[in-house]
Write a protein that binds this ligand. Sequence first.
Ligand SMILES: CC(C)(COP(=O)(O)OP(=O)(O)OC[C@H]1O[C@@H](n2cnc3c(N)ncnc32)[C@H](O)[C@@H]1OP(=O)(O)O)[C@@H](O)C(=O)NCCC(=O)NCCS
Length: 332
Amino acid sequence: MELRALRLGDRAVLGEVYAVECAATRHARDGWVPLDESARVAAWQADTGWSHHLVGAVEDGALIGFAVGSTGHDTPDTCWVDACVLPRAQRRGVGTRLVRAAEQGSPAAVTRFVASAYLPTATATEELARRFAEPLGYARASTETVVELDLAAADLPARRPPDGVTVATYLDGVPDHLRAQVGVLKGLVDAEAPSGDLGWEPTPVSEEDYLDEIALWRRQGRTAIESVAVTADGAVAAWTCLVVGADPDRPAHVEGTLVLAQHRGAGLGRAVKVASLLAAREHGREHGGATRVRTSSDDQNVWMRAVNDELGFVPVESEVVLQRACAEPGEP
Ligand SMILES: CC(C)(COP(=O)(O)OP(=O)(O)OC[C@H]1O[C@@H](n2cnc3c(N)ncnc32)[C@H](O)[C@@H]1OP(=O)(O)O)[C@@H](O)C(=O)NCCC(=O)NCCS
């Protein structure tokens, strides 16, 4: 088995990477439905403020595993690492070597590595953390429960927002005059939602990155459904975004939900979430596509979990987020 760098520009190689990712993920997550190949390749190749480097494990001329390191231009200190190994080649050290190689290929400014894994139960994520990630120096930073809602069956009564607040929903991007404010709220989600030991800083999303992401979703055949609550003086007080694909078997996912601190406690989180879910149901009636919605939140996030429970989301999987600090920047 040899490790080699893989080129993101090589479409044939990305096809092999996609096949490994699908086989490894299906094996780990019962019932998981992938994005289609062209949509997945578009995400790896898109210029949406992330740089990726790929390393492959090759045996007898075939790709048996890969790892990818991804660094966002607004979080240059953090490299996300993801690894996948074909089921037949697992449990013989390939994943461990791939993670180390992806870390070594990361940019010099990186001071920590973060990884996340989804598995059917909390016991399985704990086992993966203990046996695979901890020997590599990673510690559990956050545990999340993934929940799902059946859109057709959900009871979604829209409630009137507080006086003076308007809730509006937009498909494929909010209008120009709301983009900068929405970018600020998007950039606050990770910093303000409980996320264990991850300690994210606010990272406002620029108008350019916002539009690039919307354009990527459109190329992938997906639709962003964003609901915002706007006060009488035009301030965006709450935001949520759902991304809906054309495959009815693959759940739509919630990109994020945030109510600005000074507007919390007035039901705005629930109001924007219900508005986006109703719009997704309507969109599904007209165009087909996702029939279920998935989201996950840290197990300490009692507020988001209360809203989701009330709307009828039920637990389906567990997620663990792991991190490892570098000894020195640039020296994994
Ligand atoms: C996670 C994954 C990449 C591991 O690849 P691998 O080649 O089997 O890893 P290694 O052989 O280097 O495993 C090292 C140790 O972790 C253990 N391990 C690997 N995967 C595990 C899992 N899912 N649950 C529990 N332990 C696991 C191995 O048994 C081994 O422990 P041991 O030495 O005590 O036997 C692979 O299972 C996979 O592709 N999973 C699906 C994708 C995924 O969840 N990726 C997230 C990675 S952060």
